[in-house]
Write a protein that binds this ligand. Structure first.
Ligand SMILES: CC(C)(COP(=O)(O)OP(=O)(O)OC[C@H]1O[C@@H](n2cnc3c(N)ncnc32)[C@H](O)[C@@H]1OP(=O)(O)O)[C@@H](O)C(=O)NCCC(=O)NCCS
Length: 449
């Protein structure tokens, strides 16, 4: 084994450890678009899910089957009919849906049963259990359109799903539900996954989709200046959704976003939209700091917001001890008052316990993050990271390509979060002039992807 391998593998594996610990015992509901299976991605996704489950995550997998049902319909010479973004399930469509679901269940169960030596599934034992966990009701007639056997979720048997998960098995759900009269209804994968996530109060709802996530400027094409927005606070997601037309096709920005927002508002703290086209996207999202798709996150438990003049007293109180011990550069009350709008803060019950400020240098397409502070009694709970993310978002929204920090003691914290050290000469002219050469602060830069 080469020595280089040791040096890369060991730190890499250790860097994943905090995420493994965080997610152990948590419940994730994964909505897998039927298109992913049609595109031949099932084997790798099953391998990744088996790995995630082996690290202690409880998984409910809901598969979709849009292309498979359409294929069955085509074979029967019957056209697929949609209205209001939903399938109209007549007798032939119901038959096709049942056939497609049966076929897919076999394929998924088979994928989780692999275990050949020298494959990622070697030694894994994933028990997959399906059942009649969803009670459905008919969609009925909407604007004169009879949806026939298309249904909506009425109830989720959380006790039964919970027991299966506690038993160590993975729950597999097809988008079907049954009425108390024994009638079967065709549901959508998105609605089933969202309803199950809400009913179980899951820790995450994850959609594996045909889209890469939501871009910073959702209606503009991919570019270096328009990457995927990896973290969308619930309030921003709601605001965006309100400006969008109804999401009727899976490629519409609102299509998955509406479900993520619904789940987040109902207590599922994090909902994700990931591309199935990227191999390992689940692992990249769950076990890597920046993730790969878009995560809608509910931050209402504590308030993360931009500061106003009223917050100046609280900010001063928070940063003063760190100014006194030399960790932070001294700032006067007047200076903070003048720059209040540059600060983002986390407030809980009227007390500010984290802050950071953003000072843009637009001509250099960068900004300084200054005065990053978390109060000593709440350090180590991820608030530093939350504030950093907010500052990154603000910088991105301002069209900047990087942020930088000057630090004398906290270098490693930043390096762990994607910053790299550069020479002070790198600083934008305006900042270089103010650089205190005696303090010998290290300059660290993070490129905003
Ligand atoms: C740096 C700081 C903002 C981090 O805030 P936080 O809320 O504790 O950060 P998080 O919870 O997101 O991260 C905690 C992790 O960072 C580590 N950490 C904290 N301070 C660190 C430092 N100075 N150097 C390296 N790692 C540090 C913790 O050990 C913990 O690691 P773990 O997750 O492996 O246990 C906070 O420690 C602080 O306010 N420090 C004093 C002010 C300061 O140094 N500001 C930066 C000025 S440039």
């Amino acid at each position: 084994m080469s020595a280089v391998f040791n040096f890369t593998f060991v730190p890499w594996f250790r860097s994943v450890a905090p995420y493994i610990h965080t997610h152990r015992g948590k419940t994730f509901v994964v909505g897998l678009a039927g298109e992913a299976i049609a595109a031949g991605k099932l084997q790798h996704i099953a391998q990744d899910l088996a790995l995630i489950q082996s690290m202690g995550v409880k998984i409910v997998l809901v598969h979709g089957f849009r292309p498979q049902v359409n294929e069955q319909l085509k074979a029967k010479g019957h056209a697929a009919k949609y209205s209001h973004g939903m399938r109209i399930t007549d007798e032939v469509a119901l038959d096709s849906a049942q056939e497609a679901a049966g076929q897919l269940r076999y394929e998924i169960e088979a994928a989780f049963s692999q275990g050949l030596p020298n494959t990622p599934m070697a030694g894994s034992t994933v028990r997959v259990i399906s059942g009649n966990f969803i009670t459905a009701r008919p969609v009925g007639i909407l604007d004169g359109v009879d949806f026939k056997h298309s249904g909506l979720v009425r109830k989720v048997d959380t006790a039964a799903i919970g027991r299966v998960l506690d038993f160590g098995a993975m729950v597999l759900l097809s988008p079907f539900g049954f009425s108390p009269t024994g009638e079967a209804f065709n549901l959508t994968m998105e609605e089933v996954a969202t309803s199950v996530a809400i009913a179980m109060q899951a820790d995450k709802l994850i959609f594996l989709t045909e889209i890469p996530g939501i871009r910073i400027h959702h209606d503009q094409p991919e570019s270096e200046d328009n990457p995927i927005d990896t973290e969308l606070p619930l309030a921003a997601a709601e605001k965006l959704l309100a400006t969008l037309p109804n999401g009727e096709r899976p490629t519409d920005t609102a299509f998955y976003l509406q479900h993520c927002v619904k789940a987040c508002k109902a207590g599922v703290e994090r909902s994700h939209i990931l591309p199935f086209a990227v191999d390992g996207s689940l692992l990249l999202e769950i076990y890597v700091h920046d993730g790969i798709g878009t995560m809608v996150i509910d931050e209402k438990l504590e308030e993360l917001r931009e500061a106003t003049e009223d917050d100046v007293g609280g900010i001063l109180q928070l940063i003063e001890p760190f100014e006194n011990d030399g960790t932070l550069v001294k700032r006067s009350r007047t200076e903070i008052e003048r720059d209040a709008a540059n600060y983002s803060i986390i407030e809980h019950d009227g007390v500010i316990f984290a802050c950071a400020a953003l000072y843009p240098y637009p001509e250099a397409k960068t900004a300084e993050m200054a005065a990053l502070t978390v109060s000593p009694q709440s350090q180590g709970q991820g608030d530093g990271e939350k504030i950093l993310k907010r500052i990154e978002q603000r910088a991105r929204a301002a069209g900047l390509q990087s942020i930088f920090v000057l630090t004398t003691r906290t270098m490693h914290w930043f390096i762990k979060r994607g910053f790299v050290q550069v020479d002070p000469d790198w600083l934008p002219e305006g900042r270089k002039r103010k650089y205190n050469w005696d303090r010998k602060s290290q300059v660290l830069v993070k490129k905003l992807s």
